[in-house]
Design a binder for this molecule. Structure first.
Ligand code: ATP
Ligand code: MG
Ligand code: MG
Length: 554
């Protein structure tokens, strides 16, 4: 019985279980290349692979696909593991590296040569590409295609021994230069790279290519269902060809299944371009709260459950499509609406004086921590003569439909009294310096008669005496274009100039002891998190995770 919505991959697994194809075994893997941080697209794959393992009582491997040493780094390995754990998944003892198989992969490559299924190619790479042909033209056999097994073994061993410079030779699978599928036109399976590898050091100067490595790694680990994105559909015949050659050498032949990758509006998903943003200082780092990396989303205030909910909502299909950023943001709103405690913050303060309120009085107002969850308790807000309210909650000359504070009109101070605006004081520049009002002592929230008069506006406030100034970062979408990364556009020119605004706001006393990563709803303002790196108890710094409502109309 399944707990999450069904989809075509679950149908395949159910059918395999019925036919006993894998004897009921379900073994998946998540295979990141440690060449960058994980992003929200990876989260889709993580939730799918680890989720299936949980649901079918199987296992999911974490395998680092580390065959491109010049682009890979230990920093990325650690960030990837941290993000997966943070999302709530665990690979247990199933941690693997493609580089663990370098000896085996080399042995299998020699075996292919011996079987007449691979040869050493000595043409330069542009020539190899040219002879490969196009979609409409078949490829042309290389003059080296006919090399003898002995010559191929000798050259391949000398490639391994380091006798040749980068690019001098490659090893190619010998399949079919006329195949309509270009991936089968004698793909390169090994190349010479004299570079240090973060795990195998200088032991190798030849490295296997993805298409050769991936299927063999899956087979050696006895993966049952190898899930990848649609771009690899055309590679599946090669995946199967390699394993068909090695039937006697590997324990099983996993099934490659393709699903649609996540495309999210207002974001980029290419690690190369994300590296660019980081290296050009357009963001503060991989974990900049505006980045759609898991580290960035975490710092922004996204919760693991919001991201898992998102992965469930978008589902798994075989057709590419675009997902609207609003869907991701709504998942966070939904999750935080449930769990975040309510607090008051004034982001853009203006002074409000209650003229008839006693100077020395500090009146306790009880405010629930969560309006739908009385079990989460209450806190006290002190009402005093001088308050801060949001500048936008007052309009000297109200526009039509404005029901908040305006001269001569009444509003309720949340958890407090009904007040009536009596006067506005300006400074020399004509800006509002303070607003004056009177309160009606018979209208305190929660007392009988409080509702005797109906007022439309209900605004939040803080006692000027009790409010604490804190740094608040108002984050918004990094890009202002729904499709920042198309061939016609330079994504660096579609950056949203208002994606980060640093302000000093005021918060209620209860927020002073906030722990890093605690999330709150700032009433009427949005969801905010204490920055996990720079915030400290006593001196909190808040990031806006998401506003209360979508302000990005389609
Ligand atoms: P890039 O091309 O930017 O380097 P990648 O997709 O090659 O990214 P990998 O580290 O190889 O990055 O990805 C690991 C796994 O995550 C792969 O199995 C891949 O299919 C999956 N994945 C990556 N991007 C997405 C996406 N946008 N949607 C769903 N799955 C994804
Ligand atoms: Mg890639
Ligand atoms: Mg990849």
């Amino acid at each position: 019985t399944s707990s999450t919505p069904t989809h075509f991959i679950k149908n395949i697994i159910d059918e395999d279980n019925r036919s006993r194809k894998w004897n009921g075994r379900v073994e998946t893997r998540f295979p990141p290349e440690p060449n960058g941080y994980l992003h929200i697209g990876h989260a889709k794959s993580i939730c799918l692979n680890f989720g299936l393992a949980i649901e079918y009582d199987g296992v999911c491997h974490l395998r680092f696909d580390d065959t491109n040493p010049e682009k890979e780094a230990q920093e990325y390995v650690e960030a990837i593991m941290e993000s997966i754990r943070w999302l709530g998944f665990d690979w247990g003892e199933h941690l693997y590296h493609a580089s663990d198989y370098f000896d085996k992969l080399y042995e299998f490559a020699e075996y292919l040569i011996q079987q007449g299924k691979a040869y050493v190619e000595s043409l330069p790479s542009e020539e190899i590409r040219r002879l490969r042909g196009t979609l409409t033209e078949p490829g042309i056999n290389s003059p080296y295609r006919g090399r003898s097994v002995t010559e191929n073994i000798d050259l391949f061993q000398r490639m391994r021994a380091g006798e040749f410079p980068d690019g001098a030779h490659v090893l190619r699978a010998k399949i079919d230069m006329a195949s309509p599928n270009i991936n089968l036109r004698d793909p390169v399976i090994y190349r010479i790279r004299h570079v240090h590898h973060q795990r195998t050091g200088n032991r190798w100067c030849i490295y296997p290519m993805y298409d050769f490595t991936h299927c063999i790694s899956d087979a050696l680990e006895r993966i049952t269902h190898s899930l990848c994105t649609l771009e690899f559909e055309d590679h599946r015949p090669l995946y199967d060809w390699v394993l068909d050659q090695l039937t006697d050498k590997v324990p099983c032949h996993p099934q490659q299944i393709e699903f649609a990758r996540l495309n999210l509006t207002y974001s980029i998903m290419s690690k190369r371009k994300m590296i660019d943003l980081v290296e050009n200082g357009l963001v503060s780092g991989w974990d900049d709260p505006r980045m759609n990396t898991l580290a960035g989303l975490r710092r922004r205030g996204y919760t693991p459950s919001a991201i898992r909910l998102f992965a469930e909502r978008i589902g798994i299909s075989k057709a590419d499509s675009w997902i609207d950023m609003t869907l991701l943001e709504d998942c966070l709103r939904e999750d935080l609406n449930e769990r975040a405690l309510r607090r008051v913050a004034i982001l853009d303060p203006v002074r409000l004086v209650i003229d008839n309120f006693p100077e020395i009085l500090e009146e306790s107002c009880r405010a629930p921590n969560h309006p739908q969850k009385p079990e989460l308790g209450e806190r006290t807000l002190f009402l005093t003569k001088e308050l801060y309210i949001e500048r936008e909650d007052f309009m000297e000359i109200p526009s039509k439909g404005f029901f908040r504070l305006t001269p001569g009109k009444e509003v309720r101070l949340r958890y407090g009294y009904i007040i009536k605006c009596t006067d506005v004081v300006h400074n020399e520049k004509g800006e509002i310096k303070s607003i004056h009002c009177v309160y009606d002592p018979n209208t305190k929230s929660g007392t009988t008669g409080a509702d005797s008069r109906k007022v439309k506006g209900n605004i939040h406030w803080l006692s000027a005496k009790h409010a604490h100034p804190v740094q608040i970062r108002l984050y918004d979408r990094l890009f202002s274009d729904p499709h920042p990364d198309t061939e016609q556009k330079d994504y660096k020119k579609t950056l949203n100039p208002y994606s980060k605004q640093i302000i000093t706001g005021f918060v209620e006393p209860a927020l002073l002891d906030t722990l890093p990563e605690q999330c709150f709803q700032f009433e009427r303002n949005g969801y905010f998190v204490a920055d996990r790196i720079e915030s400290t108890p006593g001196k909190p710094i808040f990031n806006r995770a998401v506003s209360l409502r979508n302000t990005w109309a389609k």
